[in-house]
Structure formats: structure tokens, C-alpha cells
Design a protein around this ligand. Structure first.
Ligand SMILES: Cc1cc2nc3c(=O)[nH]c(=O)nc-3n(C[C@H](O)[C@H](O)[C@H](O)COP(=O)(O)O)c2cc1C
Length: 323
């Protein structure tokens, strides 16, 4: 058992959170992670309407009596979703934890807290983490440059970012980006974290609702096979490298604008990759931690193994190195 402030304050057994994943974070995956002792997350905007999200939350509540989270990402969007309606569903259905990302969470904090909901905010810079802490969130997940999704524009890898964050963040701190095994968990704890947040690693689990070919591709890939897109737009995203990501980078590097790549990056095309296993159908997201993925376990096997590995490193390997 690894007990930290994160496990104690969030009522979970293992200090491992599954981060939000567009098109992937559904009720079944979130419940599998939570039933395994971690903190699973449903990704709100995967579902086309607030009602559809409500159905997922109710399903998750049927599948687990453990705490779980809902991610509500508020990023610049081609056609912004009705955030307030999604938020109302999260509150009405008594979701215990919300994962916020994409912009300063200050305008949401009081509303969630009034409903007894804890907030984990994902930040890519120390400055944003400090702001979110001041706004009153309950935990910070520090997102290193290695991460899938939006690692920010500052390119600071997790080893330094986390250690620096640990000096100023006094609320529970999670490490994210590039973590794929128990060694990453032990290292994160050593650097000052109270837990870890993973996403890419959870894509290659039995319960992840994506095509088997995508999972097998994650097992095969290494740390060199991701690509940063949207750098020129200052909205950097780390995705799995493929012909579509190459084309997007080429167009934007040659002076193209968002409109020139809109069709290539359309969410529906990315969704097709996960549904059909056609790896070149669109943009799909993965981080550097894919290089650490060697198998496709259940969430329960993965979490138990990570905790065992971390405990073994701490209690045996590290202790043995002390003369
Ligand atoms: C397939 C996929 C989809 C993601 N979608 C979202 C999202 O919708 N909102 C969000 O805040 N983060 C999203 N992320 C980022 C993760 O929640 C997490 O911050 C990041 O992936 C952690 O790094 P790791 O993948 O190296 O573990 C996504 C990540 C992946 C792999």
C-alpha cells in the first residue's frame, strides 16, 4: 500500500489517476480504474450532449461505488460546447472529482466546492499551477513536456518541472507526462509528488474502448514516434506521429493557417482511428511513455503492478543502496 496525501484526501487506494482522454475516457474505463483502487476519469466532451454525459456518469455509478472523476476541458475550440450545461450535469449527478484543464479554473472553483466536488487542475507551467492553487483547487497535476495532449509552450520536462513545483505547491501534487510504470511512480514520489496521472499507458489496457490494433501499435512504438503539432499556433499538441501529423506540420511550417489543416485534424477523423484501427485515418494522441508499454493488461493488473514495482524500488532497491 502506498499512502499519500492524494490517496487520503481523495479516498482512493493507489496514488494513480487516469487522466482525461477524448474519445476514450468512458464509464467502463473510468470504473475499471476506480475499482482497481486508482482514480478513473470520464471525459465529458467525448459525449455529444450533456444528456449523453449524464448517461455515462450514471453508468459509472452502477459499475463502481469508488470515487471517480469527470474531465471538463476548456480549450479554444472551433465551436465551443455548452460548458455550463456539462458542468450542471456533473454537479447534479454528484460526481466526486472534476479534472479541469485548458484554462484558469478560478471561475469554476466556488461552484464545484459548493457541491462538495474536489478539483484536480492540470497545469503545464509553475506560474499556472500557482494561480490554480491560489484559486482554491484541491490538487495540481503538473504536466511535463513528455505528455500526450497539450504539454504547453515552455517545453520543460517533468524531472525539473515536478521538482520545481514541489517547492511552491502545498496542496496534493500529481506528476504527469511520460510515466508508464512503477519506476516512474517511485521517481515521482521521490521528486515531491503525492501521486501520478497517466493517460497514454491506460490506452493499452484491456478496458480501453479502442481498437486492438491501436493498443498493439502502442506496444510496438518507442519514444521517437510522437510529433508536436500546432506549435506555430501556440496551441502545441503531442500526438502519435503518422502521415497526417507530418502533413499538418508541413502545412503550418510553410506558413499555413488553422483553416488549412482543419479537415486533417478534425476530431471525427481521430475517432475513426480508435474505432477502426486505421492508424493513418487522422490525428491520434500519444505521449513519450508509449516506449514503456510492453503489454495490454487489465487496469487492475496495471495498477497493482505499478504499486508493487514502486514499493519494491523504495523498500528494497533504494534501501540497499544506502551503505
Ligand atoms: C488519447 C488521449 C486523449 C487526451 N484527451 C485529453 C482531453 O480531452 N483533455 C485533457 O485535459 N487531456 C487530455 N489528454 C491528456 C491526458 O489527460 C494527460 O494529461 C497526459 O496524456 C499525461 O501524459 P501521458 O500520456 O504521458 O501519461 C489526452 C491524452 C491522450 C493520450
Amino acid at each position: 500500500m502506498l499512502n499519500t496525501r492524494f490517496t487520503a484526501e481523495f479516498g482512493i487506494k493507489a496514488p494513480i489517476m487516469q487522466g482525461g482522454m477524448q474519445w476514450i475516457g468512458n464509464a467502463e474505463l473510468a470504473a475499471a480504474v476506480s475499482n482497481a483502487g486508482g482514480l478513473g476519469t470520464i471525459t465529458a466532451l467525448t459525449f455529444p450532449t450533456p444528456d449523453a454525459l449524464a448517461g455515462q456518469i450514471a453508468r459509472c455509478q452502477e459499475l463502481t461505488d469508488k470515487p471517480f472523476a469527470v474531465n471538463l476541458t476548456t480549450l479554444p475550440s472551433i465551436s465551443p460546447p455548452p460548458y455550463e450545461e456539462y458542468q450542471a450535469v456533473i454537479i447534479d449527478l454528484g460526481v466526486p472529482v472534476v479534472e479541469t484543464s485548458g484554462s484558469n479554473p478560478d471561475r469554476f472553483v466556488d461552484t464545484y466546492h459548493a457541491a462538495g466536488i474536489k478539483i484536480v487542475h492540470k497545469a503545464t507551467s509553475i506560474r499556472h499551477a500557482v494561480k490554480a492553487q491560489a484559486a482554491g483547487v484541491d490538487a495540481i497535476a503538473m504536466i511535463g513536456f513528455e505528455a500526450a495532449g497539450h504539454p504547453g509552450e515552455l517545453d520543460v520536462p517533468l524531472f525539473v518541472l515536478l521538482a520545481a513545483a514541489a517547492r511552491t505547491i502545498t496542496i496534493p501534487l500529481l506528476a504527469a507526462g511520460g510515466i508508464g510504470n512503477g519506476a516512474g511512480l517511485a521517481a515521482a514520489l521521490a521528486l515531491g509528488a503525492d501521486g501520478v496521472l497517466l493517460a497514454t499507458r491506460f490506452m493499452a489496457t484491456a478496458e480501453a474502448p479502442i481498437h486492438q490494433r491501436v493498443k498493439e501499435e502502442l506496444v510496438a512504438r518507442d519514444e521517437l514516434q510522437t510529433q508536436l503539432i500546432f506549435r506555430q499556433l501556440r496551441n502545441t499538441a503531442r500526438v502519435s506521429a503518422n502521415s497526417v501529423s507530418e502533413e499538418v506540420v508541413a502545412i503550418l511550417s510553410a506558413g499555413g493557417e488553422f483553416g488549412d489543416v482543419r479537415e486533417l485534424v478534425a476530431g471525427r477523423r481521430g475517432r475513426t482511428v480508435y474505432e477502426t484501427g486505421d492508424l493513418e485515418a487522422g490525428i491520434w494522441w500519444a505521449g513519450l511513455s508509449q516506449t514503456l508499454i510492453d503489454d495490454i493488461p487489465t487496469c487492475s493488473e496495471l495498477i497493482a503492478r505499478m504499486v508493487d514495482e514502486a514499493e519494491d524500488i523504495i523498500t528494497t532497491k533504494l534501501l540497499a543502496s544506502i551503505a
